[in-house]
Write a protein that binds this ligand. Structure first.
Ligand code: ZN
Length: 368
């Protein structure tokens, strides 16, 4: 599984779709500063770049470290852009390229206060700077086939890794030891990295939804919450499973049943045209009916893609409506300090007729 043939992505088509959104945001051009957005629009994976999207030209500025990589990656993606390799004069290059426009959009959720002041005073003093939100992120909501293939392949790596190491939860390891074995298995199966710091929460630690793995030894009577994912070609996967070591108590059995019922109801609710907030409500109602409404301590889910947490959010406050191509998690949980934690999470892609599950590790709670 270390060599993966992945469906190509239509990177080059994205700039045109972005341009079509600029007028509605009140600007003629957009300075893209968020690196994940630059990657999405150009295929560039480096750690420093600026992208100026003008009405009929795209200017990509980076520094000398990427003098070879940038033309290679933009070329491979079929992106037509003027590539400028520049040191301290980057703002001057962008200023000169923006001659002739009046209103320049900035990514308000990325640009720092200091950067905004620099753009206003030194970079583009003649231009009106417009705060924009979600212009590129709005495109990123709907994944193309290549993106879905990457998330699915990353999820398959995580599933296979868990299958390999799952019995080791009964071997008296510490949380940190098990984390290392799971992460190692994902890397050997072809992951570029872990998607985020793997969560291994055993016993009382499992009742803290985002506990960092500790030196606590996993023992009989523990529920163990595992939340992890693989990173592949920039795309994340995300899955949670809960495993019971030894025999569950009556309360633990009930927790496992209730969370499984909640999660399954939430998964069923993921359909095109459904409000994300109603998926959250479906999950929450099952847990509230069991009397544990106050112990479901987080939102139900989130979008997954180039970022591990992105739109659409699946929460009570979400205003999103699910649509084909959205990739979201459903991950309710119950956390009781005296009994432990239970969380079950799948990642789903919304399809024209319903959804498809991308995470397929078994959901039973046994060790193997
Ligand atoms: Zn998640």
């Amino acid at each position: 599984m270390t060599t993966l043939a992945l469906v190509p992505m239509d990177v080059a088509g994205r700039l045109g779709r972005l341009r079509a959104r600029l007028g509605g945001a009140g600007c003629e051009a957009l300075l893209v500063t968020r690196l994940g957005n630059i990657r999405y629009l150009t295929g560039f994976t480096g750690s420093a770049a600026l992208l100026l999207v003008l009405p009929d030209e795209t200017v990509f500025v980076t520094d000398g470290r990427y003098a070879t990589q940038a033309p290679e990656q933009l070329g491979a993606a079929g992106v037509e852009a003027r590539i400028e390799i520049s040191g301290p004069a980057q703002l001057q290059v962008l200023h000169d390229a923006a001659t002739g426009i009046a209103r320049l959009g900035l990514e308000a959720n990325d640009v720092t206060w200091g950067a905004q002041r620099r753009y206003a005073s030194e970079g583009f003093p003649e231009l009106e700077l417009v705060a924009t939100e979600g212009l590129v992120e709005g495109l990123r909501l709907v994944k193309d086939d290549g993106e879905i293939a990457r998330i699915e392949a990353a999820a398959a790596i995580a599933d296979a890794a868990l299958a390999q190491v799952r019995p080791r939860l009964g071997a008296g390891l510490t949380e940190k030891d098990f984390q290392l074995e799971l992460d190692h298995a994902m890397r050997l199966l072809g992951a570029d990295d872990v998607s985020f710091e793997t969560i291994v929460g055993s016993g009382p630690n499992g009742a803290k939804p985002h506990a960092r793995p500790s030196r606590r030894r996993i023992v009989e009577g523990d529920l163990v919450v595992l939340d992890f994912g693989a990173l592949l070609d920039g795309y994340h996967s995300d899955i949670s499973r809960t495993v019971m070591v030894g025999e569950p108590s009556a309360t633990q059995t009930r927790m496992l049943e209730v969370v499984a019922a909640s999660q399954s109801a939430g998964v069923d609710a993921v359909q095109p045209g459904t409000d994300a907030a109603s998926v959250d409500k479906v999950c929450r109602d099952v847990i509230a009916d069991a009397g544990w409404g106050d112990f479901f301590l987080h939102g139900t889910g989130h979008g997954v893609g180039l970022d591990i947490h992105e739109d659409p959010r699946v929460a009570a406050t979400s205003t999103a409506t699910l649509a084909p191509g959205h990739v979201v998690t459903v991950e309710p949980g119950v956390y009781l300090p005296e009994h432990g934690g239970v969380r079950i999470e799948d990642t789903l892609v919304v399809t024209p007729t319903g959804h498809r599950r991308l995470t397929n590790a078994p959901k039973d709670f046994s060790l193997s």
